[in-house]
Design a protein around this ligand. Structure first.
Ligand code: CTP
Ligand code: CA
Length: 225
């Protein structure tokens, strides 16, 4: 399967992409976040637009300009805000969850800056955030669902487990570390779906995104017409 310029494989389809980290506030000056730069998700949004889709991009806190051709961008901060923004735009044909959604949030958010107390420990109570992909998959009519899985170890088994447990149509897995993944210009992905897999070897995130989109389009047409 070759992705090339002039690929219009997603023409006429609405594609929703989430990208970037989420920030879970502790107080007005501190948050719990993760190391996503948003670059892979933004590249996916750009590639989907190049392939002819009408793209909505839900972005966590990133310092990236909106890719050419993206029809709509919604900026959010927390996982709860991302969840709401994705649900509001979920009448799409395809949802690609490239965001690194914070799994937990502080249960109490202080309105004032927390002050340091000498020599002690600080305990934060965290509550689990809703799973955006799983909540879409639980709806009777839902978009074709594509997840990402960034793993440090046992990549294939964790990714295939997430594909099944979250009820996804496809998952894009990558090994984090070794100059790949977060904050790197290059990435490599392995795609899994119910009865297939393909390796997308190390290349730029832009090229990788185009190849991913070509496979998403192919699987979408094969399963949803
Ligand atoms: N995801 C989501 N909502 C969450 C957490 C994750 O939609 N609250 C999505 C991510 O956008 C990604 C996929 O689920 O597409 C896998 O995310 P990941 O963090 O790898 O999986 P988790 O199920 O959170 O498991 P863990 O972090 O323990 O590996
Ligand atoms: Ca997670």
């Amino acid at each position: 399967l070759v992705a090339s310029f002039g690929d219009r494989s997603l023409a006429g389809l609405k594609v929703l992409v989430s990208a970037g980290p989420t920030y879970e506030d502790i107080d007005p000056v501190r948050f719990i976040g993760n190391r996503s730069s948003g670059r892979m998700g933004f590249a996916v949004a750009e590639a989907a637009a190049q392939a002819g889709a009408e793209v909505t991009l839900v972005a966590g806190p990133v310092s990236l300009t909106t890719p050419a051709g993206v029809a709509q961008r919604v900026d959010v901060r927390s996982a709860a805000q991302m969840h709401a923004a994705v649900l509001a735009a979920a009448q799409a044909d395809i949802y690609i969850g490239a965001a690194a959604v914070g799994d937990y949030r502080p249960l109490e958010v202080s309105a004032q800056k927390l002050k340091k107390h000498d020599g002690g420990e600080l305990t934060l109570r965290l509550g689990e955030n809703p799973d955006i992909l799983a909540s879409l998959s639980a709806q009777t009519a839902h978009p074709f669902l594509v997840g990402f899985a960034a793993e440090t170890h046992d990549v294939a088994s964790y990714a295939q487990g997430k594909l099944r447990h979250k009820g996804l149509d496809m998952i894009a897995a990558n090994q984090v570390g070794g100059g790949l993944g977060f904050e790197a210009a290059d990435n490599a992905l392995t795609l899994y779906w119910a009865d297939g897999t393909v390796e997308l070897p190390r290349t730029s995130k832009a090229e990788l995104a185009r190849r991913l989109i070509a496979h998403v389009a192919e699987r979408y047409r094969a399963t949803r017409g």
